[in-house]
Write a protein that binds this ligand. Structure first.
Ligand SMILES: C[S@@+](CC[C@H](N)C(=O)[O-])C[C@H]1O[C@@H](n2cnc3c(N)ncnc32)[C@H](O)[C@@H]1O
Length: 202
């Protein structure tokens, strides 16, 4: 296994799920890419599952798995319609993936995550803050939503005021909340990234 560092918020989530044992099954929504976050939970003894909507991203994660001789169980799926039974997972998370959903679709995805999470299970989600360097009011299509294009493909980014994501969590208990400014991170080398982290209990 390639030894590497992971985002600080994942260590925080790990600390909480290790002290709140429900079961060992963990789901990542938007799990693809060259740097699958599930590897961190695999290394720490969890039974990992992931879904991603993009074949290319799944392929990149598959290459990582082959190189490191591990199976993270990442398959094709849409977090707005999660292909697993209700109450199946002890833990669910999404790392900078839900940020690509419109606000309407984010509500649908969070309901799905709630459905597949068992009672007492924990969920880690993050959102882009309106204090993020890439938020620009002048480019909003809908409130807090910005459309951009990459290689002819359309992408949405959703941005939030500090407490706004709370509105999604009527069925959860919010047990941890943090606002993080990242000065030099992997995703954005254009300046100051700002993320709102949530840990939720069903
Ligand atoms: C910025 S990448 C982050 C990937 C990964 N979580 C990481 O931290 O490296 C966003 C990921 O979300 C996936 N994604 C976007 N919409 C999705 C959806 N509705 N269901 C599942 N995955 C989705 C994309 O295909 C992409 O792999």
């Amino acid at each position: 296994m390639i030894k590497k560092f992971y985002p600080s918020s994942l260590y925080n989530f790990l600390r909480l799920i290790q002290t709140n044992p429900v079961n060992k099954k963990i789901l990542d929504c938007g799990a693809g890419g060259r740097d699958p976050k599930l590897a961190f939970f695999h290394e720490n003894g969890f039974e990992t599952y992931g879904i991603d909507i993009s074949d290319e991203q799944i392929n990149d994660a598959q290459n990582f798995c082959e190189k490191n001789s591990i199976n993270l169980r990442i398959t094709k799926g849409d977090m707005k319609n999660i292909p697993f039974d209700s109450n199946f997972f002890g833990y669910v998370f999404s790392y900078l993936s839900m940020v690509h959903l419109s606000k309407k679709d984010t509500a649908i995805a969070i309901n799905e995550m709630h459905r597949v999470l068992m009672k007492g299970g924990l969920c880690y989600l993050n959102f882009l803050s309106k204090d993020d360097v890439n938020f620009d009011e002048k480019r909003e299509s809908d409130p807090g939503e910005i459309i951009s294009f990459h290689e002819n493909q359309e992408y949405v980014h959703s941005y939030y005021e500090d407490d706004k994501p709370d509105d999604y969590f009527k069925n959860f208990e919010i047990i941890y909340k943090e606002k993080r400014h990242i000065l030099n991170g992997k995703y954005f080398n254009t300046g100051r990234t700002c993320i709102l982290d949530y840990i939720l209990k069903k």
